[in-house]
Ligand binder design. Structure first.
Ligand code: ADP
Ligand code: MG
Length: 711
């Protein structure tokens, strides 16, 4: 029996159930594709396990592959655990419990019980076995002993001592002689068994739990129902976290997050041979749940446990072991001295002959020989000399033996009670510690939250101050701009007035010009008329002169008179023409002046119009700016309002706000992904040997059978 720790991985078996009648009626697609004994492909993703069971696999085949070896190991002194995991209605109960009344249909648990007792029956008759059964549940993350408080007459409330040679079985809670049949199987078959099952289902109602989990995800359960769902899921999500942490090789494994993971601490990553049966539905309707279950199994497959045999030595055996270790130490010290001597000789340049050199193999053989000294015989088979006793002595011995057994039982009982008490106290201490730690954490969280809020408050105050300052600046700016706009408006009005004046001046100048033009036209007309009349006069004069010349030959005195008149006339006309020319020159200059003036006015008008346009553009931009500023101002005012509101809220809420926030955070933390895997779980713990314990417990989510062995 080796007591050297050995590493082994957790075994993961995958079992698919057949399509059920409603899935068939619905016409669901059958999704798994099985390849060989250990592969299954779901949704084109391949998964490999230690074994994959197709829907037609029998209960016996499942037991042989999943549990038989573990039971054998447990009987050799190892710890063992088997648990089933899977979505509701995937076949966990079928696998672990099965049909208890049917030899073919019974599941793993009844078969384990059968195997254990078959083994006991086949053992040396001198051996004595103490079988202890515990039955507890983990519900809402609380462990409850289901035996505690049960009627003493209940056949499951016992601790059995079975001694094959002397069937004087003592029973702590008074049960009669119990063999595997009437201990674990018969009670499950008769009415009491039904009572037990009923009892289980009354505490862990599978139906309500089922609908509960779906309610959480779909409609959001409330109050106690929600708490219940959260706590149920807590165990399962903690299990998932532990499996993930172990699979990732993380340094910290959160076993302490739930009672279930704490109970399973040795089974997952500890000293235990563990097999996980993951159960899955083959229907396409459940594809995502099936995939998540398979992923869980894949992760769990990578976990390594370190197992070693549990051995409980007697004082005599401990003494022998000590002597042996002392011998081993001595042999090793001799080896060292030998090697040191040899080394010194080599160092001194000596050549050590082969027969004087250290013989490693011989030394190892000596140590091994010490290891193999047979002294591990169980205490119950002492090598005592056979004594011949008379019948009376025999009777006396038997009475004495019975007394001693009774004492042993009493002591056992006492030890049990004490250890239970110690366990309870330890549990209480752990709970208190946890409470303290969580209170401390809460306090720290609250403190940091308070600090954060204070800092936030300060920052808000600063912000408000800055905003107010900016507002003040803006107000000043706004005043300046308003003043500017006013000035510009005044200027604009002045310019408009000036423009109006200029325009009226221009109109008057225009009309004057028109008048002057008219006058000049009139003058020109008059000049042309006068010229034509003058030319006419001159022509008449010419005619007259011609006739006078003719008359001159006749009378020269008349001609002289006419000449004088003509000369006068001409000079008069000359002077008149001169004045006319002068006048026309004057008019021309006036016209050119007017034209010049008109040009100037035109220019001035254009300049004025340009200026007006400029002013108008400026006014427009100023108005826009003003509007912008006003909008900004409004925004800032709103900002200030909201900041003030926040400030008031923060200071008013103060600590209550902190609390709520932390509460929110806590809520967030406890908000767990609702899981579908809610079902009955059995936890069992079976130290076996001098004392064999079997603890079976229904827990939501999975079935667990823990088997533990001690000599
Ligand atoms: P769970 O305990 O996981 O909620 P059950 O074990 O109650 O699921 O299984 C649901 C139904 O499917 C039961 O009626 C059960 O008899 C049936 N079932 C499960 N696995 C198998 C199987 N391998 N072969 C035949 N029927 C099965
Ligand atoms: Mg079930």
């Amino acid at each position: 029996m080796a007591d050297v720790p050995a590493e082994c991985t957790i075994k993961v078996m995958c079992r698919f159930r057949p399509l059920n009648s409603s899935e068939v009626a619905r016409g669901d697609k059958y999704i798994p594709k099985f390849q060989g004994e250990d592969h299954v492909v779901v949704g084109s993703k391949p998964f490999q396990f230690d074994r994959v069971f197709q829907p037609n696999t029998t209960q016996e085949q499942v037991y042989n592959a999943c549990a038989q070896k573990i039971v054998k190991d447990v009987l050799e002194g190892y710890n063992g655990t088997i648990f089933a995991y899977g979505q509701t209605s995937s076949g966990k109960t079928h696998t672990m419990e099965g049909n208890l009344h049917d030899t073919d249909g019974m599941g793993i648990i009844p078969r384990i019980v059968q195997d254990i007792f078959n083994y006991i029956y086949s053992m040396d008759e001198n051996l004595e076995f103490h079988i202890k059964v515990s039955y507890f549940e983990i519900y809402l993350d609380k462990i409850r002993d289901l035996l505690d408080g049960m009627s003493q007459a209940d056949p499951l409330c016992y601790m059995v001592e079975m001694e094959k040679r002397f069937p004087s079985l003592s029973n702590v809670i008074q049960t009669t002689c119990l063999t595997h049949d009437n201990i674990l199987l018969r009670p499950l078959k008769d009415s009491v068994a039904k009572k037990v099952l009923l009892f289980k289902s009354s505490i862990l109602p599978e139906g309500p739990c089922l609908s509960l989990s779906s309610q959480v995800s779909k409609t959001g359960a409330e109050g106690a129902v929600l708490d219940e769902a959260k706590n149920i899921n807590k165990s399962l999500s903690s299990l998932g976290n532990v499996i993930s942490a172990l699979a990732e090789g993380s340094g910290y494994i959160p076993y302490r997050d739930s009672k279930m993971t704490r109970i399973l601490q040795d089974s997952l990553g500890g000293n235990c041979r563990t097999t996980i049966v993951i159960c899955a539905s083959p229907s396409a309707y459940n594809e995502s749940e099936t995939k998540s279950t398979l992923m869980f199994g894949q992760r769990a497959k990578t976990i390594k446990n370190t197992v070693c045999v549990n051995v409980e030595l007697t004082a005599e055996q401990w003494k022998k072991k000590y002597e042996r270790e002392k011998e081993k130490g001595k042999a090793l010290r001799n080896t060292i001295t030998w090697l040191e001597n040899e080394l010194n000789r080599w160092r001194n340049g000596e050549s050590v002959p082969v027969d004087e050199q250290f013989d490693k193999e011989k030394a190892q053989a000596e140590v091994l020989a010490l290891d193999n000294v047979p002294n591990d015989k169980p205490a119950s088979t002492p090598n005592m000399p056979q004594l011949r006793l008379t019948d009376a002595e025999k009777d006396k011995c038997e009475v004495e033996l019975a007394k001693l057994y009774k004492q042993l039982d009493d002591k056992d009982d006492e030890i049990n009670q004490q250890s239970q008490l110690a366990e309870k106290l330890k549990q209480q201490m752990l709970d208190q510690e946890e409470l303290l730690a969580s209170s401390r954490r809460d306090h720290d969280n609250l403190q940091s939250e308070l600090n954060r809020l204070q800092a936030e408050n300060e920052a808000s105050k600063d912000e408000v101050k800055e905003v107010l300052q900016a507002l003040e600046e803006l107000a000043v700016n706004y005043d300046q701009k308003s003043q500017e706009v006013e000035d510009k408006t005044k200027e604009f009005e002045m310019v408009s007035d000036e423009l109006n004046q200029k325009s009226s001046v221009l109109t008057s100048i225009d009309s004057e010009l028109q008048k002057l033009k008219d006058m000049s036209n009139h003058q020109k007309k008059r000049v042309s008329e006068m010229m034509s009349s003058l030319l006419k006069d001159l022509a008449e004069i010419g005619i007259a002169v011609g006739s006078t010349e003719i008359k001159q030959h006749d009378g020269s005195g008349l001609i002289d008179e006419d000449f004088t008149v003509a000369r006068l006339y001409i000079s008069k006309m000359k002077s008149e023409v001169k004045t006319m020319v002068k006048r026309s020159k004057q008019l021309e200059s006036t016209q050119s002046e007017s034209n010049k003036k008109m040009d100037e006015n035109d220019k001035e008008l254009a300049a004025c119009q340009l200026r007006i346009q400029q002013h108008e553009a400026k006014i427009k931009s100023l108005t826009e700016y003003l509007q912008n500023v006003e909008q900004k101002k409004r925004q800032l005012e709103e900002n200030v309002d909201s900041l003030n509101e926040e400030l008031v809220k923060i200071s008013a809420q103060g600590t209550t706000h902190t609390h709520t926030h932390t509460q929110d955070e806590l809520d967030k933390k406890t908000k767990l992904t609702p899981m579908h895997t809610l079902s009955t779980v059995y936890c069992g713990y079976v130290p076996f040997g001098r004392q064999l314990q079997c603890l079976l417990s229904p827990v939501l989510g999975c079935y667990i059978v823990l088997l533990c062995y001690t000599f």
